[in-house]
Ligand binder design. Structure first.
Ligand code: MLT
Ligand code: MN
Length: 307
């Protein structure tokens, strides 16, 4: 199975358009130790020819241009992208669908909750319903992904709920402390094929016993690396929200990902969905050194993995 990181940054990318934080400034100045990154998405394929996108970032057009595996090949209208699977309805995960207009056959997978969001926004009909099948994902139910013509892609997913939050733009202030969040709002995936398996968890608010048991002993986990510390955006004076408020665990700290994974025997651990303020983005930071010495990797755009 092949995995290509199309985008490794969190919502807004790295640098974010209106961010003047030192991290963003270094990326904007094309500092070789502060490599710019697009918004989070990966592509997965069993045969190297037919690909499924896990999330469709607003940067998808750029990501396709920069990854020749996704270029048209066979005829005047063609795409190796056979399916798209959405793990939530965040802007950074669904807005890229609009790039996939218009009459290209695709299967589009999401939970009923996420598909209902697309159904209630008619702009998503630019993915011509005659050519794009929308298919529901059921939590804890194994499903082999397929192309529009029914051909199996050799990639099986098991979607499961993780602690998280409804998409920012869908928050309902009147619906209690988690803004009307339901289980299907934030899912993660176990991904399996004949050749290997991995977990894709780009958003997660905290480690639970159940999640720890599930990923224990895994060969590879992509995990939410949004912030280094929970109040990072406040400390750095670029925002008012904590990571917890946004539905994201931190990398460091007593409730953070480094400690949560320390005893889980995961062979390869890779941070993805990394916010523009997170110091692990910068190659020469002490925080980068700390995650590397804890056995983690920091994903980058174009990172290629074969399982
Ligand atoms: C998130 O991951 O919290 C969201 O992408 C934030 C956003 O929509 O800006
Ligand atoms: Mn996001």
């Amino acid at each position: 199975m092949y995995v290509r990181v199309l985008g490794s940054a969190a919502g807004g990318g790295y640098p974010q358009w209106n961010c003047n934080h030192p991290n963003s400034r270094r990326a904007r100045a094309t500092d070789s130790r502060a490599t710019a990154r697009t918004q989070s998405s990966i592509a997965v394929s069993e045969d190297g020819d037919n690909w499924c996108l896990f999330n469709a970032s607003p940067d998808l057009r750029q990501q396709i241009n920069e990854n020749s595996i996704l270029h048209p090949k066979d005829s005047l209208r063609h795409s190796p992208i056979k399916a798209v699977l959405l793990t939530n309805a965040d802007v950074d995960h669904v807005a890229g669908l609009l790039n996939l207009r218009e009459s290209q056959p695709l299967n589009l997978y999401g939970t009923d909750r996420v598909l209902s969001v697309l159904a209630s926004n008619s702009i998503f009909n630019v993915l011509n319903p005659k050519f794009v099948n929308r298919r529901g994902l059921e939590l804890e139910s194994e499903l082999e992904l397929s192309a529009h013509d029914g051909k199996k892609l050799g990639v099986t997913v098991v979607p499961f709920a993780v602690p998280g939050k409804v998409a920012l733009w869908m928050e309902d202030e009147k619906s209690g402390k988690n803004f009307g969040t339901v289980d299907e709002d934030t899912i993660a995936l176990e991904v399996k094929s004949r050749s290997g398996s991995f977990f894709y968890i780009p958003a997660c608010a905290r480690m639970t016993d159940a999640l720890g048991e599930r990923v224990s002993g895994a060969d590879l986990v992509f995990f939410d690396g949004t912030l280094w510390v929970d109040d990072e955006m406040i400390r750095e004076k670029v925002g008012v929200k904590t990571g917890q408020r946004m539905g994201h665990i931190s990398v460091s700290g007593e409730n953070g990902a480094l400690l949560a994974f320390a005893d889980l025997d995961v062979k390869r651990k890779i941070f993805i969905h990394i916010n523009t303020t997170n110091p692990i983005l910068v190659d020469d930071s002490v925080e980068r050194a700390a995650v590397l010495s804890a056995g983690w990797e920091v994903s980058y755009d174009g990172m290629a993995i074969e399982l």
